[in-house]
Design a protein around this ligand. Structure first.
Ligand code: AMP
Ligand code: TRP
Length: 353
């Protein structure tokens, strides 16, 4: 977790994060993101007591590139199910779907008029995603981080758990909040949201190539452990994971030039809630033929309950839809008044309550 200026006192501490509903969740998403959400749900941070936690399925962000409607519908429900299966509790957190709360899109428009083209031009993710054919990227892909600012600020969220890659987007959110407050003479109207950056240890790499992130877009399914994988599949993927012929070293610096070995040890450490050194204390000098079965056993122990809960929830789409409907209602009850105050301040008339 990193440190930036503390949020202004007036704003009660609230957590907001979002995940796109595109494709199955894998071990990287779990260890790097959703498990952090679960931790923030159950504990407070360094004495900060959170008033609300919002975990949002950001389907409008997914639409910055064309989606297949049927696959998206499934993806929204699957991601919601994965949130629940990983331990998010719809009573403790507000779990909802972005497009079901119209305030996100409304505030995004306002922020489009606050953000400067020069600011958005600097976003490296847009440059990466648009690639060479920038003229052909959607306007939505360009405005993506502005919608992200709206997600966060519609709830006046103060703490945003994200990966390192999203840091720049969060800085833009802070700039937008500050310019809005300044333009409308309302210091502190929106808070300056603070990133909660996950440690590098939370970066899970591909099982086939230790220099690449585990990713849903990697063609080989053997490169990742999906949360849906059954025990045999998990065991097989770990058995076939790329390694080197050396035994495990006795300290973390012995893994420096060994990305695949380091990844497997880091996964073990993360799943066992220990450190890389803890794992090496236990396995120093042991070959992979011994370490891999131990890792497989641990992974199955931790992930099998999630997979079975995912299967159970997949058979109950009505329940998932109900969770999302409740979440949207609770989210809208908070975002609605923020939008009303925003419109008021701007001289816009909002006749609906
Ligand atoms: P994505 O699947 O890329 O949309 O990412 C969803 C969330 O999971 C984001 O918060 C990412 O930072 C996180 N994430 C994705 N892949 C990994 C990975 N290999 N290791 C750690 N975190 C990841
Ligand atoms: N852009 C984020 C990602 O790709 C997802 C996201 C959308 C988000 N809105 C957000 C994350 C608001 C944090 C807060 O991971």
């Amino acid at each position: 977790m990193n440190e930036t200026a503390a949020p202004a006192r007036r704003h009660p501490p609230r957590v907001f994060s979002g995940v796109q509903p595109t494709g199955n969740l894998h071990l990287g998403n779990y260890l790097g993101a959703v498990r952090e959400f679960v931790r923030l749900q159950d504990k407070n941070l360094d004495g900060v007591e959170f008033e609300h936690r919002f975990y949002c399925v950001v389907d409008l962000h997914a639409y910055t590139v064309l989606q297949d409607p049927e696959a998206l519908r499934t993806g929204i429900r699957e991601l919601t199910a994965a949130f629940l299966a990983c331990g998010l509790d719809a009573k403790k957190s507000i779990i909802f779907n972005q497009s079901q709360v119209a305030e996100h899109a409304e505030l995004a428009w306002i922020f489009n008029c606050v953000a400067r083209i020069g600011w958005v031009n600097r976003m490296t993710q847009f440059k990466e995603k648009a690639g060479k054919n920038r003229e052909n990227a959607s306007v939505g892909l360009y405005a993506y981080p502005v919608l992200q600012a709206a997600d966060i600020l519609a709830y006046r969220a103060t703490h945003v758990p994200i990966g390192e890659d999203q840091k720049q987007h969060l800085e833009l959110s802070r700039d937008i909040a500050q310019k809005f407050n300044h333009d409308f003479g309302a210091e502190d109207f929106f808070p300056q949201p603070e990133p909660l950056i996950r440690s590098e240890a939370a970066r899970v790499m591909s099982l086939r190539d230790g220099s690449k992130k585990m990713s849903k877009s990697e063609p080989s399914d053997m490169s990742r452990i999906n949360l849906k994988d059954d025990a045999d599949t998990i065991a097989q993927k770990i058995r076939k994971a790329k390694t080197d012929p050396e035994p495990l070293p006795d300290a973390a610096d012995g893994l420096e030039e060994r990305p695949e070995a380091r990844n497997l040890v880091a996964i073990y450490a993360a799943l066992s809630d220990g450190t890389v050194d803890d794992v090496l204390t236990q396995y120093a000098g042991k070959p992979f033929s011994e370490f891999k079965p131990a890792l497989a056993e641990l992974a199955i122990e931790k992930l099998a309950p999630i997979a079975s809960e995912l299967r159970r929830l997949a058979d109950d789409p009505n329940y998932i839809d109900q969770v999302l409907a409740d979440g949207a209602e609770r989210a809208a009850a908070i975002a609605g008044p923020v939008l009303r105050d925003t419109y008021d301040l701007m001289g816009l008339l909002r006749t609906r309550s």
